[in-house]
Design a protein around this ligand. Structure first.
Ligand SMILES: C[S@@+](CC[C@H](N)C(=O)[O-])C[C@H]1O[C@@H](n2cnc3c(N)ncnc32)[C@H](O)[C@@H]1O
Length: 233
């Protein structure tokens, strides 16, 4: 079910997208062609992000807490919608310091503050975890990502390097998932669902993946929602 965002939230999202320093973001997201990249992606990012935000806020209770692991420009609509329309505490983490500076400058009048730290260091429990295009990032996990996307080359595939990267991915999941208050929600990409499912199986926690998927504009991985933990009938 989609919940239409309030006028003030839509306005806040538009303002932030108008005040982002796209020049600086160009060098964060691209080796070259940053200007063209943002010219093409800026509006789809706002529009598709708003659609995901509308689907998300309907699922979350007022006044809860969300941990965003690896949040960037793509997550701005959801962060703003959660904090304004649902009065929720949002805690976005991102290891790219220069992007965090740009995001915090654009969000300076909003209750959204990005932290340039490992999300594993977040304190307390959250009823929603967001982790999209983090565990399958080809830049950070060049030997694991091709397998995640079903594009691994059996001739050049290096199992030892893959195994090393898988340990890092599982340690991110192992540090973040215990921060989820059960029952709770996880938003992730369809490629990353398996890591959440693996954690749930290992901890004997039931989960249900929503069939509906939502398109995203930057990385392009579709996202979906997972209900984690037992729910009362
Ligand atoms: C490929 S980008 C995806 C960004 C965004 N979610 C999107 O879909 O456009 C991966 C992001 O995850 C961040 N990241 C990776 N591991 C992290 C961790 N342990 N804590 C916080 N951020 C992390 C990186 O700094 C980077 O910003």
């Amino acid at each position: 079910m989609r919940t239409r965002l309030s006028g003030s939230t839509r306005q806040a999202i538009a303002n932030v997208f108008n005040h982002l320093d796209y020049k600086r973001l160009g060098s964060v997201y691209c080796y070259e062609g940053g200007d063209e990249f943002w010219q093409a992606k800026r509006e789809p990012c706002r529009r598709l992000g708003t659609k995901v935000a509308e689907a998300l806020v309907g699922k979350l209770s007022r006044g809860g807490r969300s941990l965003y692991i690896g949040a960037g420009v793509a997550e701005l609509p959801m962060l703003i919608a959660e904090s304004i329309d649902r009065e929720r505490h949002v805690e976005p983490y991102n290891l790219r310091r220069s992007e965090v500076t740009v995001l915090n400058r654009a969000c300076r009048d909003l209750p959204v503050r990005f932290l340039a730290r490992d999300a594993g260091s977040a304190r307390g429990r959250f009823d929603h975890l967001w982790m999209v295009s983090v565990l399958n990032d080809p830049e950070r996990f060049p030997h694991l990502a091709p397998l995640s996307y079903g594009r691994a080359d059996p001739v050049t595939f290096d199992p030892a390097r893959f195994q090393k990267e898988r340990r890092i991915v599982q340690s991110i999941v192992n540090r973040c998932m215990p921060k989820l208050k059960l029952p709770g929600f996880v938003t992730t990409s369809s490629e990353e669902v398996i890591w959440i499912a693996d954690w749930c199986h290992r901890h004997k926690v039931p989960y249900r993946v929503d069939r509906k998927q939502y398109a995203t504009a930057l990385v392009g991985d579709p996202v979906c929602f997972i209900k984690v933990g037992r729910t009362e009938r």
